[in-house]
Structures are given as C-alpha cells and as structure tokens.
Ligand binder design. Structure first.
Ligand code: ADP
Ligand code: MG
Length: 705
C-alpha cells in the first residue's frame, strides 16, 4: 500500500528556524529548496572529529610519535620565522597549559592569528621536550576573548563523525550540517521505503529513513557503513532496474534469425589470407550464437588495437550475407570508414559480396544511386560514417549493424537503425572498441551489453617499445625521431593542447614552429587537432598516409584507429597529463606495420603516484591491466566516456569498490523485472517514478512510462 505523500519533505526550507529569505536564496543556489532536497544533499565524505582535551591532560598521554587531538583555547603569542622556509608559530593556551601551533610554508597564516583570538586547533600533536606541538593543524576561529564571553561559544565537542557537504562560498558545510540536523529526525521518519522488506532482511540493509539519518549524522562507523551500503545499494538497484527494463524492451523487439553452420563458416574463413586466432574464433562463435536467436544481439567486442576485431566483424557480416541479409558498419570518421572499405573489399576480392562506402563526400547523384541499390538489396555490406544514420537511407533487410570505436552509441541510434532496417525487426548490434571496459562498468553504465574479448594479438604483430624521458632530455627524443625519418619512416608527436596558454603546456602550433626551427628543421611537418574542420583533418591525414608528410604534431585526435603502417615513432609531450588507457591507445598507433614501433613518453611526474603510472605504462603492454589501473586511479567518471553516457552520476556507490554490491543489485533487479516487467504494481509506483526520472531519457524507457 502506498502511504499518502509526506508533507514535511515537500516543505520549503524557509519554514526552518534561522532560514530567512536571504539564506533560502543561498540554499536555492545549491538546488536545495525543500526539506526533502536537504535530506538528499548527502555528505560526500565524513571526517573523524576528536573530542576536545585539556592541554594538561593531553600533555600526559600524547606519546612521542604523536596522536590526534583537538584543543580549544586562546592565542597568546604569534611569531614568524622569516626566510625561504617561512614558518608561522602561534601559541595556544587553554588555562591548563599551552600548545605550539606550527605552520610551514604558509606565511598567510600569520594574518589569521592575533593574541586574544579564541579557536579550536585539531590535528596531530607531538610531544617535544615537555610541551605539545601541532604541525599544520586545522584551525577553527571562534571569537576574540576581549569581544565575547566564552559562554556564547559552542559547547565542548565530543568525539564524532562529522559529515562534509558540498558547499558554496556563502554557505559552509557546517551551516548545511546545522540546518539538516534541525529537521533530520522528523524528516527521516517521513521517508517512504520503496524496497520490499524481504530484500532488506535478506541483505541485512537498514530501512531507508534510518540510512538517511545515519548518513547525515552517524553515531559510529558501523552505523555509517550500514547506511552507506543501503544508499549505494539503492542507487545501483535503480540503475540495474533501468538496465533490466531496457534489455526487456529490446528483447521484445525481435531480430532476424541468422544461424551458422560448418559449411557457412568454412566459406567465411576461406576469405582470409591468415588463420583466425583462437580468441578471434571464440569471439565469432559468441557472436554467431547471438545471431542465431530472435533476440537482438547487443554485444561489445573488446580487443586491444591490432587485435583483429575487423576480421571478426567481417565474419559476422558474411554470416548475415549467407542468409541474404544486409549489414552496415559505422566508423567515427571518413578516414576510418575508407580504411575499413579498403581492407574489407580486399578480403572480398573474387566473391559476389557487394560492398559500398557512403560518406559525406559523395555527390548528390552518387548518393541517390547508392540509396536505390541499398533499398533494392543490391548492396550486402554498407560502410560509412554517421551519414548512415542521418541519410534518408533505407535498407531492404538490415540485420546487423556494427559500430567501430564509437563510445557514445545509444538507444536513440538503435531506434533509428530499426526504422531504416526495412523489416519490422531490430538489427543485431555489435560495438567494437579498443578500450577495455572494466567489469564494473560493463555491468553498469554499459549494463545492457554482453561482452566478447580478444585478449591476444595475432602472432606477427610487432612489439612497441616504450621509453620514459624527463623533459630536460626531450632533445634526445627528437634526434631519434630525425634519424627514423631520415630512414624513411614517419612519426607522431602528441601534445596536450591546441593553443599555447598560461599553463605552459606545449601546444600544436607553437610546438610545430619550435621543432621546425630546431630539431626537425627541413622535415615535412603538419598539425592535426580537433579544432580543425573534419575535411582539413582528413586531408592532412591522407597526406600523411601517402607519405607526403614526415611527422604530425597532433593532439589526441589521432587516438582513434587510423592505420599508418609506416609511422613507427611516437613522442608524447607532458605524458603525465594523459590517462593511462589513453597513452596505451596512442602508442598503439605506431605498432601497425611490420617494423617495431617506439613510443617515447616525455614527462616529469611530480608525485610518486604519477611516477608509478608512467612506469606502469612503460612496463606492461596489457591493455586490460592498464584499464583496471586507470579506473582505480582516475575513477569511473573520467573513464571511457562514462560521463558522456548521459547517465546521472552515482552519488554514494563507487564503481571502483562496490562490485559485490553491484552484482547483488543486478541479480535482484533482473529477477524483479522478470516478475514485473513494467513495474506496473501500485506498490512499485515510487520506485518506477525514480527510475524514469533518473534514467528514462538515457535508456529510452518512454514506452514503460
Ligand atoms: P583492430 O581493429 O582490432 O585494431 P584490425 O582488425 O585492424 O585490428 O587488425 C589489424 C591487422 O591485423 C590487420 O592488418 C589485419 O588484417 C591483421 N590480422 C587480423 N587478424 C589476423 C590474424 N588472425 N592473423 C594475422 N593477421 C591478422
Ligand atoms: Mg580497428
């Protein structure tokens, strides 16, 4: 049974004590209008706050190696030691004794202190020859002793976990905390829990209201952990329910059934001048098994650059052709589409398979003619760019759509393809990517995808040697580039920026001029970056392919898979600024030919972590290991276009840590949708509204609403 809507959660914040119109406006700026908004404004972390101690007591128990401490008192002296390592010292007295507060490299701290000022210092205290010293403690000023009496100060603190909220310049985390605390208990009591109690007991999760209460004001770590688990589970469950509904809708769409057979496969494999590797064969058999079903395939084919994904994709397209059905393959750029067209037509020489290329550069007449052929079923494999989706193109029977290196392929495009397919069935879909997706992401952001993986590369691929160089030795890298170019090879030089800026980063234009005037004088150089018009970019890339250029000074636009077998050297400037997966992708560009590639990463890692990352990329060539590492270091938000996916971010759940919880939520969600495909039960209304609100658009759940 649904309980009536709780009014306290919809009540405006202005009704709260101490929140007038001015303050309410500040809350509004943070998106906090009602008490419910406040409650959903969860702290992004919690800090441990120590109980205040009397200095005399603390002096007795703080050991030589130090202990955390909070002390309240009055500043009695301030001193600055000048010099390069400026140090500010303030002496704090609480009547029972004194503590010395020492601030290193923070000369501005001096202005924060004056004798008579009262406040709380917290941090690690060490015992030094009979007195206590705190280095760089956290300082919270209260008031000057001369101005107020201490009676108006907040009461002495107990040890506790303090919530830390996203705040603004005008509203502090502490004020948000105070405001939330003033309504926390009644507001939490009004929360309806959409989760059936069966799940709660099974997974030992606290009720939702309790979880909110404990997350805002935890009594201890256990309570906080339980609250976090509940809130994270809810987030993941909502996401997985959306995924499960999406999958359900897709399955109801129906697809062409394209079974394979030994005879068909023999013919398919005969197209290649090489033997497919074991992993290519396994990936194909997974795809073929999907194609044999009436449920539309939705599969991701992952394989490092050069793993041979295109061959596997072609096998799938040939399987479709053996049933008289059409396939389309979509590449992100014209250049890549042309490259696919060239290699695919080569494999198909001497067969009756008809292959065509559709790009923006066709004339209107050519386009019309091609459209006719496609509609009449005279083309078996159509290769193109996004033009495939936008063009007024219609197939006779499109059964399989393949997307290459496209991270942002979504539900909307699928609907477009279905409408063009020429039959009332959803095309099978295969997405190829060189960026390995860690399991957590495959199950969440891409939770609707099955995954096939090609882990190894065909044997005759060349190894890429990776070297690290500090920026002071960059010249050695360019001398090496020069030598290779003089031997008839080509190079990529990657910089992080297009235009020079205050950040002091190397940029394409200035770096080209710099190299032209110096190390690479007299060589044929050109820029390539994302701010160029696509035609200009393609033109430059084509000149490079034809070896009319020796080196490209580029941004990461070259990351996506163009094959230039003669390019054997890559230099990456400011390598420490790039993601690991990105560096790995980049260097894959110079391993495409028969000669060994060399990648020189120039960078000055300033932290141990930064150094470890560069060392990791130097020492391993395993794209999967690198992707996992990247995910732990950078977090999923940055990863693999997760941000561009259009999904709202997870607030409490953390994909780098919550895999077990994610799997639990996934199992529950899929079982739930099995039982209740449209969440049509009135008891599910609240949950359904939440899912449509969060994921309706991104997952195209309109039919369900
Ligand atoms: P990816 O798209 O995964 O980066 P490609 O499909 O472009 O890789 O393959 C890279 C190169 O390896 C191509 O020239 C392709 O013809 C070749 N290749 C693919 N599979 C094999 C194989 N089994 N044995 C030898 N060469 C292969
Ligand atoms: Mg490729």
């Amino acid at each position: 049974m649904e309980t009536p809507p709780s009014t306290i959660l919809e009540t405006k914040v202005t009704t709260l004590q101490g929140v007038g119109p001015a303050r309410a406006a500040l809350f509004s700026a943070l998106g906090l209008h009602t008490i419910g908004d406040l409650l959903r404004h969860l702290p992004f972390r919690h800090e441990f706050e120590h109980a205040e101690e009397a200095v005399a007591t603390a002096t007795l128990f703080v050991p030589a190696e130090g202990a955390n401490l909070a002390v309240r008192g009055e500043i009695v002296a301030v001193r600055v030691t000048p010099g390069r390592k400026a140090r500010v010292e303030a002496t704090l007295s609480d009547g029972s004794g004194t503590v010395r507060l020492v601030f290193f490299n923070a000369p501005w701290m001096k202005s924060k202190f004056h004798p008579g000022l009262r406040g709380i210092a917290e941090g690690k205290a060490k015992s030094r020859a009979g007195y206590l010293e705190m280095s760089n403690p956290k300082w919270t000023a209260l008031a000057s002793g001369s101005e107020t009496n201490t009676a108006s100060e907040p009461a002495s603190r107990e040890a506790r976990l303090r919530p830390v909220y996203a705040a603004s310049e005008s509203i502090s985390s502490a004020l948000i905390e105070q405001t939330i605390a003033s309504v926390l208990v009644p507001a939490c009591a009004a929360i309806q829990d959409p989760l059936p109690s069966l799940y709660r007991t099974q997974h030992a999760l606290p009720p939702l209201g309790d979880a909110y209460r404990a997350f805002h004001a935890p009594r201890d770590l256990d309570e906080l952990a339980a609250a976090r688990r509940r809130l994270a589970y809810d987030e993941l469950l909502a996401l997985q329910l959306a995924v499960a509904i999406r999958r359900r809708l897709r399955e109801e769409g129906g697809a062409s059934v394209l079974p394979t057979s030994a005879r068909i496969e023999k013919e398919i494999f005969a197209r290649f001048p090489f033997k497919l590797t074991k992993e290519q064969l396994r990936a194909f058999s997974e795809i073929a098994s999907d194609l044999g079903k009436s449920t539309p395939m939705n599969r991701l084919l992952q394989g490092d650059v050069g793993a041979g994904k295109t061959a596997v994709a072609l096998c799938a397209m040939l399987l479709a052709k053996s049933h008289g059905a059409q396939s389309a393959i979509m590449a992100p750029t014209e250049l890549l589409a042309e490259q696919h067209f060239r290699s695919i037509t080569k494999f198909l020489e001497g067969t009756s398979v008809r292959c065509a290329l559709i790009t923006g550069s066709l004339t209107a007449g050519q386009r019309t003619a091609l459209r006719k052929q496609v509609k009449a079923g005279e083309i078996d494999i159509l290769i193109g760019t996004h033009a495939l989706l936008t063009d007024a193109l219609e197939f006779q029977h499109l059964a399989l759509a393949i997307i290459d290196e496209q991270h942002r392929f979504g539900v909307a495009q699928r609907a477009v393809l279905r409408s063009k397919s020429g039959v009332d069935r959803t095309p099978h879909m295969l997405v190829m990517t060189a960026t390995p997706i860690p399991r957590t992401l495959a199950l969440s952001v891409y939770g609707d995808l099955d995954v096939s993986v090609i882990r190894s590369k065909p044997l005759d691929r060349q190894k890429i040697h990776t070297r690290l160089l500090p920026s002071a030795r960059a010249n050695e890298a360019y001398q090496f580039v020069r030598t290779r170019i003089e031997q008839g090879e080509q190079a990529f030089i990657v910089v992080p920026a297009v235009e020079a800026s205050d950040l002091g980063l190397k940029a394409t234009d200035t770096h080209l001029a710099f190299l032209q005037a110096g190390a690479l004088h007299g060589l044929r150089l050109a820029n390539l970056h994302g701010q160029m018009k696509p035609e200009d970019r393609d033109a430059t890339m084509t000149r490079f392919l034809r070896h009319e250029l020796d080196a490209l000074i580029a941004t990461v636009v070259i990351e996506v898979g163009v094959d230039v077998p003669n390019a054997t050297v890559m230099v990456v400037e400011h390598a420490e600024r790039f993601g690991l997966a990105q560096l790995h992708q980049l260097r894959g560009r110079v391993g495409r030919g028969t000669k060994g590639g060399v990648a020189i990463l120039i960078g000055d890692a300033t932290t141990d972590d930064g150094h470890a990352r560069l060392e990791a990329i130097r020492s391993t060539d395993d794209g999967f290991k690198i992707a996992e590492l990247d995910l732990t270091i950078r977090g999923p938000g940055e990863f693999f276009g997760a941000r561009q996916s259009g999904l709202p971010p997870l607030v409490v759940a953390d994909l780098t840590r919550d895999l077990p919880l994610l799997e639990l939520a996934r199992r529950d969600a899929f079982a739930w949708i099995e039982r209740s495909p449209r969440l049509a039960d009135p008891a599910e209304a609240l949950l359904k509204r939440k899912i449509i609100h969060l994921y309706g658009e991104a997952f195209g759940l309109g039919d369900v609403a």
